[in-house]
Each structure stands twice: as C-alpha cells, then as structure tokens.
Design a protein around this ligand. Structure first.
Ligand SMILES: *[C@@H]1O[C@H](CO)[C@@H](O)[C@H](O)[C@H]1NC(C)=O
Ligand SMILES: *[C@@H]1O[C@H](CO)[C@@H](O)[C@H](O)[C@H]1NC(C)=O
Length: 342
C-alpha cells in the first residue's frame, strides 16, 4: 500500500514535470508553430532601408531605429553598403543614395545593435539583405562583421541546396544570422550569399498610386526558391534638375494596411507560395505584423509595434530634413517639401 502510494506520487511528479515542460514551449521568431518550419517556409517582416531612420529626413524610410525594429518583430533588414569617406577596409558606411544625402553611420555600430538583440533573444533568426552600392569586396564585409563580433552567428547555406534547416535547428546551432548580397558575392566568404541564387524579388520602384505587381523583377524572369515582396512606394521629385525618389510616410497607413493585404494575397496566388520577405517602409504603420502572422498561419501575438514620439509623417517638413540633404540646395528642398505637402 505504502509502495503504491510512493509510486503514485512519483507518477504524479513525472507527469507534472511533463506538463511544466510543455507549458514552457519554445517559441521561434515569436511563435511555437514556426519552430518546425524550415527557414524558406516562413514569412518574415522586413524593413526596406532599415538603417534610414533619421527622423525628419526627407529620404528616411523608417521612423524607428534597428534596435526598436528588432524588438518589435522585424526579422529581415535591408541595408545599403558604401565605402567610408576614408575607404577604411574594415568599416562600411550605411548610406541612402549617397552618403551626403543620408548617412546612418558605420556598419559596426549597427551590427553591434543586431548582436545585442541576438545575444538577448536566443530564439530569433534574423536575415540581412545587402545592396552593395559601393561595390565592396566580400573580404570587406568579412572584416566589418569580424570587428563587430558577430561571426559566430553567421549561417551558410550551400549554393544550389534547397534544403534549409528548421528555425528550431538554426536556433539550437546558434547560426541564426542569414546574409544575402545583391552583387559581388564569391566563394571566398561563403556566408555572404548571392541573393539571386536563392531569392527573387518583385518590382521595387513603385510610384505613389501605381499598381502593386506580382512579377519576377530581379533576377530578370528567373523564379527562385523564396521571394521578396517589395511593398514600399515613392514619389519622384525633381530637385535642382536631379530626380529624387522620396518615401511617402503620409500614405503608410493605407500602404501597409489594406494595400499590403491585397498585394500579399495577390502574390500568394500568383506564385502559389507565401512571400518569404515582406518589405515595407514605416513598418509600424498599418498592419505588417498582423499580415505576416496571417501568412504564417499563426494567430497574431498582439505585440503591437512601437509608435515613434515624432514620426516622419509630421517631421518631413521640419528643418532637420534640410540639414540631412546637403547634396541639394536648401531652396530646392523647400520647393520639394511644398510639393510633398500637396
Ligand atoms: C533607438 O531608439 C530608441 C527610442 O528613440 C532610443 O531609446 C535608443 O537609444 C535608440 N537606439 C540606438 C542604438 O540608437
Ligand atoms: C572602396 O574602397 C576601396 C579601398 O578600400 C576601393 O578599392 C574601392 O574602389 C572603393 N569603392 C568605391 C565604389 O569607391
């Protein structure tokens, strides 16, 4: 009798520890259901020109900085690589169009913020898309990543392989920073992968008011395993005879709300597959995170994105925009801002 009591007690303890274990179920990129999915089967909230968050700058694509973006659930970042003014071979400058128009500073600083996030959040997989605007070598990227201390996190997929690990596998291996570059990749730095070996993109130059297309834009007419659905708009404004494509924060609630949902539905049915990377400007406006949760077939965790104290929507006309646009004359910018206000 006594022994059967002990046995019952032991059984109860074992089953309660099992219950406790399943209560603390692992989340991957915020959702338990994503752990068993392979990397290529998941949809990721993506920020276009993620670094370009100089509040108030006319050329800014985001309101929140990269630390806040990651905290909010952005899991893929589009970055533009330029030489530093001194051509430092160990450092890369993050700029938009030109470093005199928008300079978001050195890459090692931004990689430091990404590293801090990965260190503090062991169940998250993050992707970086590089636009190699400065024609930098893979070794140059390698040097900057090394300087930032993130090399332990770098994931390498074998070229030509379409079999990806699950998010849970990537998390347990610790290799959870995936990097693609649009040009200049070579075998000398395998983790810096040629984007168009794995991913195609829908058109990215979408004018305010134009249709959102679901066609294969880059690489030209070549369908790949995954895709970026580019969903950010701009308006071209001639400034001193130079055309500038300016982001449209004032339209972002609509762009990232109803327009995003219908674009994603349309691309999903055109390509018969969910967009892997859903890339937007001003990600905290509209319903990006809800839309991506829906694409992933999970119930949105209700973690709403950070609303900036002063968004570009109201800041676009401030004097700061003039300061950050040294390449064009102040008078021309004032002309452009009055056009923008229309
Ligand atoms: C990012 O923005 C937040 C909110 O404005 C600020 O507190 C934080 O210091 C910024 N982080 C970096 C690395 O600039
Ligand atoms: C960047 O700097 C390197 C020297 O580190 C130089 O070889 C290269 O031409 C520069 N690229 C551009 C686009 O100026």
């Amino acid at each position: 009798m006594r022994s059967s009591f002990i046995l019952a007690l032991a059984t109860a303890l074992v089953s309660s520890s099992l219950v406790a274990r399943s209560d603390a179920q692992q989340l991957c990129n915020g959702y338990a259901e994503l752990c068993a999915k392979t990397y290529d089967q998941v949809s990721y909230a993506t920020t276009h020109n993620a670094y370009a968050s100089n509040t108030g700058a006319l050329a800014a694509n985001q309101d929140n900085n990269i630390s806040i973006q990651l905290k909010d659930g952005i899991r893929a970042l589009m970055l533009d690589a330029y030489n530093t003014s001194t051509n430092d071979p160990n450092e890369i400058e993050l700029c938009h169009t030109s470093c005199s128009l928008l300079d978001a500073g050195p890459l090692t600083k931004t990689l430091g913020q990404i590293k801090a996030f990965l260190d503090a959040n062991p169940n998250e997989v993050v992707t970086i898309f590089w636009e190699n605007a400065g024609n930098l070598t893979p070794a140059h990227f390698q040097n900057a990543y090394q300087a930032a201390g993130v090399t332990n996190y770098l994931y390498t997929q074998t070229t030509g392989s379409t079999t990806w690990p699950t998010l849970a596998d990537m998390i347990s291996s610790g290799k959870r920073l995936v990097n693609y570059v649009d040009s200049g990749a070579d075998a000398s730095v395998p983790w810096l992968m040629a984007e168009y070996d794995f991913v195609f993109e829908t058109p990215f130059e979408i004018a305010l008011g134009a249709a959102y297309l679901c066609t294969v834009d880059r690489p030209k007419d070549q369908r790949k395993q995954m895709y970026v659905m580019n969903h950010f708009i701009s308006r071209t404004i001639a400034v001193s005879g130079v055309n500038a494509d300016l982001p449209q924060p004032g339209a972002a609630d609509q762009t990232n709300g109803p327009d995003l949902v219908s674009h994603a539905n349309s691309c999903q049915s055109t390509f018969n597959q969910i967009p892997t990377f859903v890339a937007v400007d001003f990600y905290e406006k509209g319903s990006l995170l809800q839309t991506v949760a829906q694409l992933n077939g999970v119930t949105f965790n209700n973690k709403l994105p950070t609303q900036p104290a002063s968004s570009t929507t109201s800041g676009a006309l401030s004097a700061k925009s003039i300061i950050s646009a040294r390449a064009v004359s102040a008078a021309a910018i004032i002309g452009a801002t009055s056009l923008l206000a229309l």
